[in-house]
Design a binder for this molecule. Structure first.
Ligand code: TRP
Length: 476
């Protein structure tokens, strides 16, 4: 164990596999099981999926290596780590400003992430009560929400949205859980949670996918997800795919800088990062293969949008064998994925509070968990009492989006690509080459390939996406 400088020993992961588990937990979240199937469905399947996979490996993976490199080298919160790498490289300390941008972005993302996770929590309750009813009726393997019409099933979402107190209590419960885990620290909080929850997640994911293969329409799902119709690959779709790759890998907001800073021993960054990228992409694709066979079997619309998972699927579970049980497990799976990601989002500002402000972990968790909770309240009120509010209404891109979508859109389309862009420029052009070589453990052709991707392809591609994302009129 290498003790850090300063007061006392800084926390750390107990092993390399603990870090990988936590990082995969951060990557695998609502982005994989909710956002990815939603976007793939809306964007017409195959072409989007293949372009997404290309983005992950050509742009995402080099950035994963870069973020972990900064954290592993700096051994400090995001801002402090960048400052240290800059210093060791003879670059200006002002580069740490993009770390601060990341801290702010993570904090903002957490605020609406918890609201969405609150919807999941509500559905766990709905399906849980329904399954309990099935057991009491002596028929545990019956379908879900029997006797409710499709309108009634999908209407549940509308009822939830119209009820601020219900939304608020779910948001409160989820944020409380996140805060509780993060306040316990790296080892007995985040690492312990990932060690329990991630295996559980994988068992559920594989189990429900196998179930879907038997009762659903796997052939049609495979064709939909993997047969590209290249005419559907518009600039907007490419834009969406890259944004989704960054979001899903937790890039651009210093998440992996922060997690990487708790690695103590030798890192082997190349293989570690490849594992994270493969696991995250594998889960996204498997989620597609879990959801779409069920959607197609019942003849539902794959392009239903963000409500696909919440309104469409519960109805599909009505007609399927053991739908009540599988429906419950399905929402438990999403909840588990959301928890291991939300703790990574909270850890970014919490580490900043500890490292830069000198707060205790407990104070920092309360400040940022509480703060994100309050901002989240504005997001959820945007569905009811504040449904007319347009936060960035002066900006054509956000002229029609409610509060939650505005925070989501602004962080995802502006802050995240900006963070990724600066990370690429900083590591590709400013960081000391010997330091990079030593700390990443990359050599030979892999080092050259990675250098090319991080110094040239990433800034160009991410920069283009950023500009065209912000000014869609350029694309006509
Ligand atoms: N990657 C997570 C998901 O797919 C979300 C997430 C967690 C995230 N930490 C992040 C996104 C940091 C951006 C930055 O759900």
């Amino acid at each position: 164990m290498v003790a850090s400088t300063g007061s006392g020993e800084r926390e750390g992961w107990s092993s390399r596999s603990a870090f990988i588990l936590a990082a995969v937990g951060a990557a695998v979240g609502l982005g994989n099981v909710w956002r990815f199937p939603t976007l793939a469905g809306e964007s017409g399947g195959g072409a989007f999926v293949l372009f997404y996979v290309a983005c992950v490996f050509l742009l995402g993976l080099p950035l994963v290596i870069s973020e972990i490199f900064i954290g592993r080298t700096g051994q400090d919160d995001a801002v402090g780590s960048i400052r240290k790498v800059a210093k060791q490289s003879g670059a200006s300390g002002s580069w740490s400003l993009f770390g601060f941008l990341g801290v702010l972005a993570a904090f903002l993302i957490l605020s609406f992430y918890s609201v969405v996770a609150g919807w999941v929590l509500y559905y766990v309750g709905v399906m849980g009560a329904d399954f309990l009813g099935a057991i009491m009726a002596g028929d545990p393997f019956r379908g879900a929400l029997l006797g409710e019409s499709q309108e009634a099933v999908s209407g549940r979402m509308g009822e939830l949205f119209a009820n601020p107190m219900l939304l608020l209590s779910m948001h409160f419960a989820f944020m409380g859980l996140t805060l509780f885990i993060v306040a316990r620290g790296i080892g007995s909080g985040i690492e312990a949670a990932a060690t329990i929850l991630m295996p559980m997640f994988f068992v559920l994911l594989v189990g429900i996918t196998v179930y879907g293969a038997f009762v659903g329409d796997m052939t049609e799902a495979l064709a939909f997800l993997f047969t590209p119709d290249w005419s559907k690959l518009t600039p907007q779709v490419m834009n969406t795919a890259l944004g989704q790759a960054l979001f899903s890998l937790s890039l651009g907001v210093a998440g992996l800088i922060t997690y990487g800073s708790y690695i103590k021993g030798p890192s082997g960054l190349g293989s570690t990062s490849v594992t994270i990228a493969f696991a995250d992409t594998g889960v996204a694709l498997l989620s597609g293969l879990m959801i779409f066979p069920i959607v197609f079997a019942v003849g539902l619309d794959p392009a239903a949008g963000p409500t696909l998972v919440f309104q469409t699927l519960p109805f599909a579970f009505q007609t399927m064998p053991a739908g009540a049980l599988i429906g419950l497990l399905f929402f438990v799976l999403i909840l588990v994925a959301a928890v291991t990601s939300s703790i990574s989002l909270l850890e970014v500002p919490v580490a900043w509070g500890i490292g830069e402000m000198g707060w205790s972990r407990r104070t920092s968790s309360l400040v940022f968990g509480g703060g994100a909770f309050l901002i989240g309240i504005a997001c959820l009120l945007g569905y009811n009492v504040w449904s007319d509010v347009r936060l960035l209404g002066f900006w054509p891109l956000f002229a029609e989006t409610d509060i939650l979508d505005t925070v989501d859109g602004f962080t995802g389309k502006v802050m995240l690509p900006l963070g990724a862009f600066f990370t690429a420029i900083f590591v590709g052009w400013k960081a000391d080459r010997r330091l990079v070589k030593e700390m990443t453990g990359l050599s030979g052709v892999w080092l050259s390939l990675w250098r090319f991707l991080i110094a040239w392809l990433c800034p160009l591609a991410v920069g283009t996406i950023l500009i065209t994302g912000l000014f869609p009129q350029i694309l006509g």
